[in-house]
Ligand binder design. Structure first.
Ligand code: 4YB
Length: 481
């Protein structure tokens, strides 16, 4: 039951509710009418610079008002938007541009990287032409390429249509309550599916979206009703609140928040109960780029599951692995100018069928009607003949009051083949005493072979360059220790 858009969602809302607030950025705000006009302006600008339908526009930018205009204008002219993390190294960015061959590149002024002159750069020069944009609303057109980093190698570019994004949004919004007067903070990057999904929920619902204008997340959260957060962001917000708890004005500050959607990584129940106690209604989600974000969700409770499957998707657990499909499943991965199906090669009979399942490589099980994520198949290692699923140990470490983030990784061992070590972010610095305390705690909590044999401090240079710390990067840092 998708909202029957017969035109671009922003034009739909510009007709239905022209004067209603739609978008805000700091002190600036735009009604649906104004959003629609801006998108037309920027679309004209793109056409004037030679952008054509089906072309690929790479945007190297943090979240900004301009990034949102560019995204919508790209969709408007029938082209495709590819967001690139401005904090990638120059080498990584050049490699990605070489691999994906965008037709044009746009970089925010704040971005240091200088893309080679081989790429045509576009700008936001104002254009007063009144050309007709010769593209009509077709929900089945590919509109976005969203990068997803596998466990190794180059990130993959996941291709979605507008219909797939809207199906994802619509299904989630049957559970979460996001209405016309509500505002969802674009609190995660547009170059990641979690940020992209915020935009499509906004478009689906005709509600409001807020683009953060400053660097202070806690401050931004006081102005909105909804936000998408990874668990570490919520953790930092709660910590900041704790520190300000003497100050009445800030301690009650996040109470305009009605609902927060969490996801992207293990969501500790300690964290959600602390947030709920502070008056923040938490939703726990499980999703992935290929499915245009959330697949299952629930209101946070005492159990560590990720809830039930949302409308428009299906989940199957087969031999301990999670498989997914549905209306939000992407068209495929983009490589060498072609879109390849994301489904497994061994399922080639189904390859062209619309009901093929995507194998997530996440391990999971059903517990009392809800899905529980047990880790990723490719993280498993063997120590002295025993299978070790690092996430099961990380979960226990995270329950220790001093532990903020935990990675359990294998190191080579002459006797056991491999043994687990822990790389941690802790509240207080990791002293010999704290290490001993953790070792004692773990000895009581898990079987002997699962006890980390060493503890390391997570180096700050590995922390959050994107929205997640890459396990592969922690592993390669560990090799240098
Ligand atoms: C998990 C996990 C979980 C993902 N427990 N492992 O709109 C949203 O749904 C949203 C809101 C807030 C924050 C993030 C999101 C997302 O979209 C997250 C989607 C995502 O992380 N996509 S990804 O392609 O970068 O990674 C997918 C992988 O992440 C999954 O295959 C899992 O391994 C892991 N993951 N949610 C444990 N709740």
């Amino acid at each position: 039951t998708l909202a029957p858009f017969t035109t671009w969602p922003w034009q739909h809302w510009a007709t239905k509710r022209p004067m209603m607030a739609a978008l805000s950025y700091g002190e600036q705000s735009y009604t649906w009418q104004q959003v629609s006009e801006k998108v037309e302006d920027y679309a004209q600008g793109l056409l004037a610079q030679g952008v054509k339908r089906d072309q690929l526009i790479a945007a190297i930018t943090p979240n900004s008002l301009e990034a949102v205009w560019l995204l919508l204008a790209t969709v408007r002219v029938g082209a495709r938007y590819l967001g690139l993390n401005p904090r990638f190294s120059a080498q990584e960015l050049s490699d990605l541009l070489d691999a994906l061959q965008p037709n044009v590149v746009w970089q925010a002024e704040s971005v240091d990287f200088v893309a080679s002159a081989q790429w045509q750069h576009i700008s936001f020069e104002k254009l007063n032409q009144q050309h007709l944009v010769p593209v009509t609303w077709q929900p089945s057109r590919a509109v976005t390429f969203t990068l997803t980093s596998g466990s190794t190698g180059m990130p993959k570019a996941v291709v979605h249509t507008a219909a797939q994004h809207l199906a994802s949004a619509q299904g989630l919004l049957e559970k979460m309550n996001y209405q016309q007067g509500d505002s969802w903070l674009l609190s995660l990057p547009l170059f990641h599916v979690s940020g992209m999904a915020v935009v499509w929920r906004w478009l689906q619902q005709g509600a409001q979206m807020a683009i953060p204008a400053g660097g202070d997340l806690e401050q931004e959260l006081t102005k909105v009703t909804h936000a998408s957060l990874v668990p570490t962001q919520l953790q930092r917000v709660l910590q900041a609140q704790e520190q300000n708890s003497d100050d009445i004005s800030t301690s009650s500050s996040s109470l305009s928040l009605k609902e927060v959607l969490l996801g992207g990584a293990v969501i500790p129940t300690d964290l959600t109960s602390a947030a709920e106690a502070a008056g923040i209604a938490c939703w726990c989600g499980y999703g992935m780029t290929e499915m245009a974000s959330t697949v299952t969700a629930k209101r946070a409770d005492a159990s560590n599951g990720v809830g039930q499957v949302l409308p428009n998707r299906e989940v199957m657990v087969k031999d301990g692995e999670i498989w997914v499909r549905g209306e939000s499943l992407c068209l495929g991965y983009y490589q060498n100018g072609t879109i390849f199906p994301v489904i497994e090669p061994e399922l080639s009979v189904d390859q062209l069928s619309t009901d093929a399942w995507f194998r997530t490589r996440d391990l999971g099980e059903w517990q009392q009607d809800e899905l529980v994520i047990l880790g990723r198949a490719d993280n498993m290692f063997i120590s002295g003949g025993e299978n070790i699923q690092p996430e099961s140990i990380e979960k226990v470490l995270l329950q220790h009051p001093q532990v903020l983030q935990a990675f359990v990784l294998p190191i080579d061992d002459a006797e056991f083949g491999q043994r687990p070590v822990a790389v941690l972010a802790t509240k207080a610095a990791l002293s010999a005493e704290l290490e001993q305390e953790l070792a004692n705690y773990m000895a009581k909590a898990v079987t002997r072979f699962k006890c980390p044999v060493r503890y390391f401090t997570l180096p700050s240079e590995l922390m959050a360059r994107g929205i997640k710390i890459s396990r592969a990067q922690v592993q390669s840092w560990l090799r240098t220790q």
